[in-house]
Design a protein around this ligand. Sequence first.
Ligand code: GLU
Length: 445
Amino acid sequence: MTVKVRFAPSPTGRIHAGNVRAALINWLFAHKNQGVFVLRIDDTDLERSTKENEDLIETDLKWLGLEWQERYNQSKRFDIYQTAADALKAAGRLYACYETAEELDRRRKVQLSRGLPPVYDRAGLALTDAEKAAFEAEGRKPHWRFKLDGKRVSWEDLVRGHCEVDTTSMSDPVLIREDGAFLYTLPSVVDDMDMKITHVIRGEDHVANTGTQLEIFEALQGLFPVGLPVFAHMPLLVGADGEGLSKRLGSMSISQMREDGLEPLAITSHLAKIGTSDPLEAAPSLVALADGQDFGKMGRAPARYDFDDLMRLNAGVLQAMSYADAKPRLAKIDADLGELFWDTVKMNLHRFAEVKAWAQIISGDITPRIEDPAFAAKALELLPDDYGRDSWQAWSGAIKEATGAKGKALFMPLRQALTGMDHGPDMGALSFLIGREKIAQRLKG
Ligand code: GLU
């Protein structure tokens, strides 16, 4: 059996951390099992779905490295949903209802005031042909509900273990609106069956849907004789404070993160590991993440999405980045000063773009900071004529001897004079990259 999974975003907005986690875990699972990763655009809501959002989803997934092998749009598959709907109608599982939203609302309020659960009373099911004709004559159009069996639906979830949903406590779900539009539930099941999806991996906000959908899966067996998929419902993301993702994080789109200079591998390492028993660290590649993917390591508690962790991983990705990988990006921002430069400054980067400032410090002009001109003059006097890769040690040693300064009192004024900064990469390599001429000039202030 070939593993086949899908990421099914609705293109009604940009994708954010929560959606991307679903995409990522599906991709990793497919990769680990030599399976197929499907991108299914859930655009049955024609009013709210846009081509622009769809394009952005593709851009984001590609940027993250999550390429798909098959791709579908639900909006191009209405015929097959209609065939499924007809089969359900013929089997008596899909029935017409004529209530308006206000009528349903009123009924729910009455039920609640009597202490009853606000479950749809199946009035539609009892309508005679004459009553239906009367509604239609009034100009009403039916919406269509799926008749639940009203039993306990159960499955073995890869994350949550044994799961049960009691569909007796649920309203029969509306599958088709009065304007004929298919809501998410039926197309999702039809596609999962028709595309032979073997594993449905999604957020735990879909657990109740799974109860309903499993009944639909069973009801459509005649049309699509396939086995039921295996389900994995991942715990939701919460913010660092344990509360729901804050507005800022929850709405942070991938395009925003890209503009903010976050590395795709930092985002994917973070999202693959939060909420698991694995340490939170930057992975060398997506393939390495796939090798380690295991639902058994995923806890049931909400996964903490902490932006500080993400930033730490971002620095980790930069520190592990080889010069060969960095080179084209350095060239693009006119900051390719060679391998030693990259290996030296990468240890101090939080975001890739910061490398530009270090290139400027090395090859451009800076304002040296000199608090003690006598100290700087002494350092200048002791500066070797030939300043090589290993000169720093001997030079700073000589300054120490001559001035008596040591530790911070020795290194800070040199760093400030040579770089204009209080902190930064290793001065041995940095001073060599700056070169004798600029060192001398900067020590003069
Ligand atoms: N379009 C649905 C969503 O974005 C898909 C859920 C699913 O994976 O079935 O929530």
